[in-house]
Design a protein around this ligand. Structure first.
Ligand SMILES: Nc1nc2c(ncn2[C@@H]2O[C@H](COP(=O)(O)OP(=O)(O)OP(=O)(O)O)[C@@H](O)[C@H]2O)c(=O)[nH]1
Ligand SMILES: [Mg+2]
Length: 310
């Protein structure tokens, strides 16, 4: 087996280990952080079928052509199975599979939605450690979980289509806040101008989406033919430039680090706290809670009081 194949196999194993929360997770993340390398993380979100994968394909090919080591992660929070959508992505992604500097991976939720965005962070850290320059993270849909996943990224692209009016209506605040770049894909269809105007008017209404000096651009693409992809690449480049000039490139990373430390400490404290005895005490209190006319605060108080005794 050649060296490249060996590295890719090792990478796949490392990612699986981290995804499953295996015993080597900490050691792998230590090693990744030691590398001191950071990829540019690009989140791509938007409603089902908007053309996210087709666009990600175009972007990955362009980055790869420019000599950038590029990873594509497609995260599907809607299904715990490696279902049709991801299989479809895989087939289309085959256009990239001959390239040595492109790595493709899909992640499914396996039932626990909450953990998925945290896992996505860890997988990105592993990819950092392997020296990737670019990580494209595709998530289906426009729900809260997808927004969380998108926020694992340095920059978020929202891909819409001329018919996306209802999706925007449903998710208006979330979409407007997290999107750094808007794309109206399927610009070969009727209604593209109206959608662009609609987005621009919403952007104009939301003056303070970010403290960074950045105006959310609205770009049009035809991902199937590659039309408009150059402008998307330029916007991604400009955004990163802006982050670096504002010293935000580092503050994003330290903010992520802080969140991770909070999460580790909270998980550890909570795991220590919920001993079998405390769980038993909780069950006992719950059984008598209604008859004793207690609020949850009083039960929590009793449980926490055991800390003081300890
Ligand atoms: N007409 C037209 N069709 C497009 C364009 N971009 C993508 N498509 C088609 O739209 C369909 C969905 O594209 P995908 O790239 O799979 O969309 P997606 O957003 O990744 O879909 P999910 O991951 O399933 O949410 C495919 O049949 C694409 O060929 C475009 O610009 N114009
Ligand atoms: Mg897709």
């Amino acid at each position: 087996m050649d060296e490249h194949t060996l590295i890719v196999k090792q990478l796949a194993r490392d990612i699986s280990e981290v995804e499953n929360g295996g015993s080597k997770t900490e050691a792998l993340l230590d090693k990744a952080w030691k590398s001191g390398k950071f990829a540019y993380r690009i989140g791509v979100t938007g409603p089902p079928g908007a053309g996210k994968s087709t666009l990600v394909n175009c972007l990955a090919a362009a980055f790869s052509d420019a000599g950038k080591r590029t990873a594509v992660i497609s995260v599907d929070p809607s299904s715990p199975f490696t279902g049709g959508a991801i299989l479809g992505d895989r087939i289309r992604m085959n256009a990239l599979s001959g390239r040595e500097n492109v790595y493709i991976r899909s992640m499914a939720s396996r039932g626990s939605l909450g953990g998925l965005s945290l896992k996505t962070h860890d997988v990105c850290d592993i990819l950092d450690g392997y020296g990737f320059d670019i990580i494209l993270i595709e998530t289906v849909g426009v729900g809260q979980i997808e927004l969380d996943i998108a926020q694992a990224a340095d920059v978020t692209l929202t891909v819409l289509v001329p018919e996306s009016g209802d999706d925007i209506q449903a998710m208006k605040a979330g979409i407007m806040e997290i999107s750094d770049i808007f794309i109206v894909n399927k610009a070969d269809r009727h209604g593209v101008e109206a959608m662009i105007m609609h987005l621009r008017s919403l952007i104009a209404l939301r003056k303070n989406y970010s403290t960074l000096p950045w105006e959310q651009p609205v770009l049009r693409t035809i991902a199937t033919s590659g039309d408009g992809v150059e402008a998307v690449l330029k916007a991604l480049h400009d955004y990163r430039d802006m982050l670096e000039k504002q010293q935000a490139w580092h503050s994003i990373r330290s903010e992520r680090m802080k969140n991770k430390v909070f999460q580790i400490v909270n998980d550890t404290l909570s795991a220590h706290f919920w001993t079998p005895e405390k769980q038993k005490l909780l069950r006992k209190e719950l059984q008598s809670a209604t008859s004793a006319q207690q609020s949850p605060f009083r039960i929590a108080e009793k449980l926490l009081a055991t800390l003081r005794k300890a």
